[in-house]
Design a protein around this ligand. Structure first.
Ligand code: SF4
Length: 354
């Protein structure tokens, strides 16, 4: 699968108990404990700052719709992700990611488990998409990412979800594992923008992104929340089967993301509305080669690039088929990653308990 080490990107579902595809948004852990209606009882919480997302101008001049159409057409011989599997999704074929042209969504909700700069006071407005292109063997949310748990929805439904998340006060629209549904997301964003959506768009990705797709997202995405999971292509190929290109493609992708949005600068409230935020999950026995990940970032991006070193690896799904990753990490392994990042000169680290 793709994403954060799915281990953390989708783990909020476990704590939230899922959400609200039925029309009501359940409060997340740490929220006020209210039940919000889809019509929105919390309008006063919406959009608490004057930030204008860059996609609004592209909506007004028609570029957003045009780019969505270009991406939609790519599903005829799908090359939306680096697997480039060529399935005709428009005709109903499912690709290696298990997606066809039908939009499938697992949940949407305010999420309080993301980086604090995205959560703010009212939560990050997450939409969790079913299926995934990276197919990690250790994905904690494998039922969603690889077993297809979720429901079919229209693009109008997705636009309504975005508007609902705005109405209940979320600080952003956080599309989680978006790659295979990027055309649907852009179409929904265009509809929602026409109905008043004005939250920044967070593209919450495994990092394994086609340069061509990122170029189509230029000026649409405000925050790239991107994994850099592996520096070792053989580890990538082993634990995300077939993704031997992961390190090479992700390095190119991160450079492009940085070119588009730069180093994030927090608002006075502490919330980040624009910039590149990188996540790296430290894995047992250093199979991901964490020191190579942080060294590359330090050598190729600004030293104050935002880097979240994550310690929550959990051996689930097929991880027990690989003895070297069938346990959690040790404190010493996490400390070694921290030391490597500091020695590389990175100055904007987010660290967790190991
Ligand atoms: S997004 Fe899915 S269908 Fe498209 S190239 Fe990737 S794996 Fe294949």
């Amino acid at each position: 699968m793709k994403r954060i080490h799915c281990n953390s990107r989708r783990s909020f579902l476990r704590t939230l108990g899922g959400i609200a595809l039925s029309g009501a948004v359940l409060p997340a852990a740490g929220s006020a404990g209210l039940l919000f209606s889809k019509e929105g009882l919390m309008d006063e919480l919406s959009v608490s700052n004057s930030f204008e997302p860059s996609y609004l101008e592209l909506h007004r001049n028609g570029t957003l719709k045009a780019r969505a159409d270009v991406m939609w057409d790519m599903m005829r011989d799908c090359s939306l992700c680096p697997r480039d599997c060529g399935k005709n999704r428009i005709r109903g074929r499912r690709g290696d990611c298990n997606a066809n042209a039908d939009l499938e969504i697992s949940s949407f909700a305010p999420h309080f488990g993301e980086e604090r700069e995205l959560v703010g006071q009212n939560g990050s407005g997450t939409v969790f998409f079913t299926n995934c292109s990276l197919l990690c063997v250790f994905c904690i949310n494998y039922d969603i990412s690889q077993l297809g748990r979720g429901r079919r929805h229209s693009i109008n439904d997705l636009a309504d979800m975005m508007l609902t998340l705005q109405r209940i006060g979320c600080h952003n629209i956080n599309v989680v594992t978006p790659t295979h549904y990027a055309p649907h997301i852009l179409k929904a964003l265009d509809i929602a923008a026409g109905k008043g959506l004005k939250l920044p768009l967070v593209y919450n990705t495994c990092g394994w992104e086609q340069l061509e797709i990122l170029q189509l997202l230029d000026g649409i995405v405000d925050v790239y929340l991107a994994d850099f999971k592996y520096a070792d292509p053989f580890a990538a190929n082993k634990y995300s089967p077939g993704a031997i290109t992961y390190p090479e493609i992700t390095r190119t992708a991160l450079l492009e993301m940085h070119r588009q949005v730069g180093v994030p600068v927090a608002e006075a409230s502490g919330v980040i509305n624009r910039g590149l935020m990188i996540r790296h999950l430290v894995m047992p026995n250093n199979v991901a080669r964490s020191e190579k990940v942080v060294e590359w970032i330090a050598e190729n991006l600004p030293k104050d690039t935002y880097v979240n070193l994550m310690s929550q690896y959990t051996p689930v799904f097929k991880a027990d088929e690989f003895p070297e990753i069938s346990r959690r990490i040790t404190r010493a392994e996490y400390n070694a990653a921290i030391t490597a990042a500091r020695n590389a000169g990175l100055t904007n680290l987010r660290l967790q308990g190991g």
